[in-house]
Design a protein around this ligand. Structure first.
Ligand code: CP
Ligand code: NVA
Length: 317
């Protein structure tokens, strides 16, 4: 990363949501709301802010939403994105460091989707240009930023809102727990005994929550955990890179399915979220995904607007 002026996101990496302050998150949200309104009205931006800027997208895992929203987002902002996948496997054809030392000479920023979180940390340490985490096994910061932006749109003020995550204490949960703690939510998790979130992340989120008045709650029983929640959130039982565990996970998570009965247990105004891709009939039913209580498609659309805001904050000016 490069040196940024105090209080600015210019030139900064985004590896974890905890790299941001609450003020910076709110600035991203405000800018995302402006960009969304302008794009929805005009399908274009007057005076696009990133003309001549290039983003390298280094993806070691498949993607629909993250890839298309960053690529389309760069185009809509006047810039350009280069998608790199199996040609550039960091640590195989070239080391992480050598990839960084090349890309920093060609482009203005990198979005990286890697398996191990350490790879994205190493890439950011070696590259003099900003690196954005496009998902690792530890965190998915762009997703959590989008999710809480979507909830701000839906509910207005966030402090005190209750988000109940049902399923695996995974990368998406980790980022939601950290960001939810920062923004004063109550973040609950119902998970099977053998699939706990990272203790390090939970400790970090608890420390943040102590400062903000947020709450973290854990349990085994999905119906109990969702009671009174504003949002019931779920994600795949098996994340990318864990495919060898798929069968064991299918058995362990059988009772952690978001269906209409579970939404009813949450309460009459609860909404359903899923970061996608979904496995219909496993962690979520089609009836919930396509039903009137789903805000999943707004959530998906907002990836575009929030990441554009992030790109303008990091690369603009
Ligand atoms: N939610 C999400 O990141 O989707 P992709 O894996 O398709 O990018
Ligand atoms: N937890 C999922 C999220 C996909 C966007 C995974 O890592 O595969």
């Amino acid at each position: 990363m490069t040196d940024a002026p105090a209080g600015s996101l210019r030139g900064r990496d985004l590896l974890s949501v905890a790299d941001l302050s609450a003020g910076e998150v709110n600035r991203i949200f405000d800018r995302a709301a402006e960009l969304k309104a302008e794009f929805r009205a005009e399908r274009r931006h007057a005076g696009p802010p990133l003309v001549g800027r290039t983003l390298a997208m280094l993806f070691q895992r498949p993607s629909l939403r993250t890839r298309v929203t960053f690529e389309a987002g760069m185009n809509q902002l006047g810039g350009h994105a280069v998608y790199l996948t199996e040609d550039v496997v960091m640590g195989a054809r070239e080391s992480v460091r050598d990839v960084a030392l090349n890309l920093e000479r060609f482009v203005d920023a990198i979005v990286a989707r890697t398996g191990p979180h350490e790879v994205v940390v190493e890439l950011a340490a070696q590259a003099s240009i900003p690196v954005i985490n496009g998902l690792t096994l530890r965190e998915h910061p762009c997703q959590a930023l989008t999710d809480l932006f979507t909830l701000r749109e839906r509910f207005g003020e966030l402090p005190g809102r209750v988000l109940a995550f049902v399923g695996d204490g995974n990368n998406v949960y980790h980022s939601l727990a950290l960001l939810g703690a920062m923004l004063g939510l109550e973040v609950r998790l119902a998970h099977p005994a053998d699939y706990s979130p990272s203790h390090r992340i939970v400790d970090q989120a608890r420390a943040i929550a102590q400062e903000t008045g947020a709450r973290l709650v854990f349990g085994r029983d999905p119906a109990e955990i969702v009671r009174g929640a504003d949002v019931v959130y779920t994600d795949a039982w098996t994340s990318m890179g864990q495919e060898a565990e798929m069968e064991a996970r299918r058995d362990a998570f059988g009772a952690y399915r978001v269906d209409d009965a579970l939404l009813d247990a949450a309460g009459p105004t609860a909404v359903a979220m899923h970061c996608l891709p979904a496995h219909r009939g496993q962690e979520i039913t089609s009836a919930v995904m396509d039903g009137s209580r789903s805000i999943i498609w707004d959530q998906s659309e907002n990836r575009l607007h929030v990441q554009k805001a992030l790109l303008v904050e990091i690369l603009g000016g």
